[in-house]
Structures are given as C-alpha cells and as structure tokens.
Write a protein that binds this ligand. Structure first.
Ligand code: P6P
Length: 326
C-alpha cells in the first residue's frame, strides 16, 4: 500500500537535502498548519458556529474585521506564540510586530502572515485563504529583519480553503502542494514540484477599476482580449487573492491588481500577500512584478506597505513588461 507523505515529513526530507538547520523550521511549520486546521474547521462549519459577520472592530487597514479574521489571527498567534524559535510575528491584523522570544535578540525566525485573506467572501461561501512568509531574524534591530526584500524569504506558502483545503509551500527548492485529509487531520502530499504553465488562457483582474488604471494596463488587457498573444482568453476573477493565485499557478495566465487613482500604490500588501506569492510563482517558473520591477526586489519601507501586483505565466508577464515599460 502506497504510504502517504505529510507536510511535516516532506519538510524534514527537504531539510535533510538542504542541510538546512535542525528541525526548528519543521516545528514552525507545524504551528502554522495546526492554526490553519483550526481555521478550516470553523470555515467548514460555516454560519453554524456564529462565526459569520463582522467582529465590530476595524483592523490597522481601517477595514471591517470579520469574526473569522480575528479567530484566524488568534489561532496563528496561539500556535506560534509558544515557540522560542520565533523572534516575532507580523500580521495584517496587528499594527506592530508581536515579539515572541523574550530575549530582544532571541528567536531565529520571523513569521509574516495574512491570517485570513478575502474574508469579505466568507459569508457567501467563496474560497478564502491564509498566506505566510518566513524570514530569518538577523542580528540588530528587529524592524531591519522584517523590512527586507522578498528574495530573502526563507519560505513562503498559503492555504486555500475551498471544496478541498490545499496547502502550497516552498523553501526555495520547488513548490509542493498538500491536501488536507480530515479523516486523519493531516496535510498529505498531492502535488510535488508544481510548475506554472508557460502560457495560460485566463486573465484575472477587477475590470470595474479599468478606468482608473494607467493606460498601459488597459492596452494590455485589450491585447489579451484581441488574441494578441496568439490565444483566446477568458476572464476569471474570484476576488479572493489566494483563490485567483492558486488557479493561476495550476492553469497559467495572469492575475493583475494594477495601481488605481484611489490606490496609486496598489491595494495588495507587499510583505504578507505579494512577497510570499511571488516567491511561489518564481519557484514554479512564473513571474511576479509590481508592473515595473520584480516584486521580490522591492525593499519595504513599512510592514503594511501596499503594492500593485501582477503575477502569472512567463509569456503573459513578458508581454505585460513590454507594454508597461513602453
Ligand atoms: P477588489 C480581498 O479583500 C483582497 O484583499 C484580495 O483577497 C483580493 O484579491 C482583493 O482584495 C480584491 O479587491 O478591489 O477587486 O474587491
């Protein structure tokens, strides 16, 4: 009988190959996966647990916090908060980093996360996700260890909660997918060394904002519609970044959140949305830019900094670069 490979076993194998540190990292990952299983159980129960609806407070972004946002954030803080290997946790839901290791210079890793992305979709039963990024804590000021370009991430991943719950992660050695098997409560390897197709047939963008985009983006989408890349495209936009990204990773194509007049720096967050997904995209053979340059090269100035975000297959992304650079 073919034995299963759980995500913990997979990361241990990875660490043996990569001569990466001790099992510290796999221990961290188990904290993240435990929290996501807690979140998944609440999502699966839907409105039955009274977890739908707004929590009645605003987060640092001034957005209405959903009850499940708060729960997911608390689950991650709880599951990662007892691990001395964690220097600090950075969450979309918290203004400041949450220090974990009591020694100011202690803790080997910083974990940055969006505990529940797309939460406005929860009440209508649409996929939502958790996104995480792992940085190594360097000596000196904590903030300097957090505000580093995305190419310095040690690992990145997400969980997309949907018809099945899928965890996708990379430690810089390929992208691997796991499906949550609720009968044993474990994420089981379901896709090893995932590759993004060279070109797809979907483009994914909120066209309601088209009049606000820089002209080059309108011209680019018109070019896709006109078959300018040699294929007929269809539009898919779920409005949950993790779901739109996951489809793009599997099917190829391009996802765009361009700058708009209202948000000239873009809407999506660099540290805990764009960077982790950009690392995964590149590890799978795709590309990720802010329209002009590589997302992973951006040097952050603030932990909640926003960016425009374009990610997808090589063919579509090179065509975008031509258009936007022109
Ligand atoms: P818009 C969800 O609120 C989110 O943060 C991402 O998950 C999603 O990609 C984006 O915002 C959708 O934004 O402006 O198209 O509704």
């Amino acid at each position: 009988m073919a034995m299963i490979t759980t995500v913990q076993q997979h990361i241990l194998q990875e660490q043996r190959e990569q001569k990466e540190a001790s099992g510290t990292f796999s221990w961290l990952l188990s904290g993240i996966t435990l929290a996501t299983k807690m979140v998944e159980a609440k999502i699966r129960a839907g409105g039955l647990t009274g977890m739908y609806g707004a929590a009645g407070a605003e987060n640092v972004q001034g957005e209405q916090q959903q009850k499940l946002d708060v729960y997911a954030n608390e689950a991650l803080l709880h599951c990662l908060g007892m691990r001395d290997s964690v220097a600090a946790l950075v969450s979309e839901e918290d203004e400041e980093p949450v220090r974990i290791n009591r020694d100011p210079d202690g803790g080997k890793y910083i974990i940055v996360f969006d505990p529940l992305d797309g939460s406005s979709n929860i009440d209508v039963n649409v996929n939502v996700g958790t996104i995480f990024s792992v940085l190594r804590r360097a000596p000196g000021e904590l903030e300097a260890s957090i505000l580093r370009p995305g190419y310095q991430q040690v690992a990145a991943g997400y969980v997309v909660y949907g018809p099945s719950t899928v965890l996708v992660y990379t430690t810089g050695n390929g992208v691997h997918g796991f499906t949550l098997d609720n009968s044993i409560g474990a994420y089981v390897l379901s896709a090893e060394r995932m590759r993004m197709p060279e070109q797809g047939t979907y483009y994914s963008v909120n066209e309601a904002h088209a009049a606000e985009w820089p002209g080059a983006y309108r011209a680019y989408v018109d070019r896709l519609r006109a078959g300018g890349l040699g294929r007929e495209y269809s539009s898919r936009y779920i409005g949950s970044l993790v779901a739109d990204f996951h489809r793009t990773l599997l099917k190829g194509g391009v996802f765009l959140y361009p700058p708009t007049t209202k948000q000239p720096k873009g809407k999506l967050r660099l540290l805990y949305e764009a960077n982790p997904l950009a690392m995964i995209a590149e590890q799978a053979g795709g590309m990720a830019t802010d329209g002009a340059g590589r997302v992973l090269d951006i040097v952050p100035e603030g932990i909640h900094q926003r960016t425009s975000f374009c990610v997808g297959s090589r063919v579509e992304m090179e065509a975008l670069a031509e258009g936007v650079r022109a």
